[in-house]
Design a protein around this ligand. Sequence first.
Ligand SMILES: *Cc1c(COP(=O)(O)O)cnc(C)c1O
Length: 432
Amino acid sequence: MTLATSPQTTAATCEKLKCKECGAEYELQAKHVCEECFGPLEVVYNYDTLRRTVTRESIQKGPNSIWRYRPFLPVLTENVIDVGTGMTPLVQANRLARRLGLKKLYIKNDAVNMPTLSFKDRVVSVALSRARELGFSTVSCASTGNLANSTAAIAAHAGLDCCVFIPADLEAGKVLGTLIYNPTVMAVEGNYDQVNRLCCEVANTHGWGFVNINLRPYYSEGSKTLGFEVAEQLGWQLPDHIVAPLASGSLFTKIYKGFQEFVKVGLVDEKAVRFSGAQADGCSPIAQAFKEERDFVTPVKPNTIAKSIAIGNPADGIYALEIARKTNGNIESVNDAEIIEGIKLLAETEGIFTETAGGTTIAVLKKLVEAGKIDPEETTVAYITGNGLKTQEAVQGYIGEPLTIEPKLDSFERALERSRTLDRLEWQQVLV
Ligand SMILES: *Cc1c(COP(=O)(O)O)cnc(C)c1O
């Protein structure tokens, strides 16, 4: 259990990798599992240095991206890849709040994150910055779709070779949104968990940097910025309750770590934030464990339209469970029809078009409010992590159609009259 030191610049505040289970320490290398106990490794920082050197003002003077929080991110140099990732809007969602019966609801809108319209741009910006420091020339990932988009785009920007692995049955928008950056794309005939297993073998045989395998300790730290930004955007305060989607569970646990770090270094006051997680019925191993009060997660075979969060064997599932329980939160799941309704509800009330993962989050938010598990008085933040233009097939057939008319005023007037009659009929149906 020796700690080998690595060369660091004076700017670096991250110190080592530490096993979450047994506490064994390692230098900051491309390594994600503990040699002693096979537990996951996590980056630790020098919090005394952070407390002395980082202020609200120093953060606000930084770039308008995740890199304003660089001292809390696992890079050793200032030469990071900044493609404008992060600082997405925190929208006060009054119309949605009213529909649900809440008073203070916010949407953290990563559907408009840069460059590829999902929260994955955060984790990849960090992972590839570190990959470059570690000397990797080829980067890779096992992806449910969004990660492939981000890895391919940011690798293109950084001039890194890229080979991504996806399940062969992904949505067309996710595949096209990867191919356009011209990486090598391996479409594996199997589900995500099989893709991931294959990638673990490739990571061992090729000297590639897999963002969510051997670079996972660095990658996952990128999700902390979803906690930092919300705290800063709320005026340096923590919310009362957050709702976020769960795939591997990493994002959820890192929002928690982000809040805790801000408290630890004195940037925000301590507060008991409740953490609630969202899964799809067709892939809900963490929600099932929560309901059955188990402290282990039993893997499942995914079958849901929410493909971006369809991980049947979630690496951070037990840590997500632990956080939901100790913060007095919940983990709930919803079916595919409710997911589609969630997508439509967010679009109609707030003008935000999210993908299936966001539909899952909104549907679970609704379910928790209806069950009395979110208090209307709580300041609640729902994390919307991806963009609906990438999963158009999910809502095809569940939305209206355009009214086709001739380029003439009377044709328009007739169509308008017809649509108003239809609206009235629909209202009458609702009323009876
Ligand atoms: C990957 C992903 C998630 C969840 O990620 P984990 O950190 O694995 O839990 C949520 N939403 C979207 C849109 C994603 O692509």
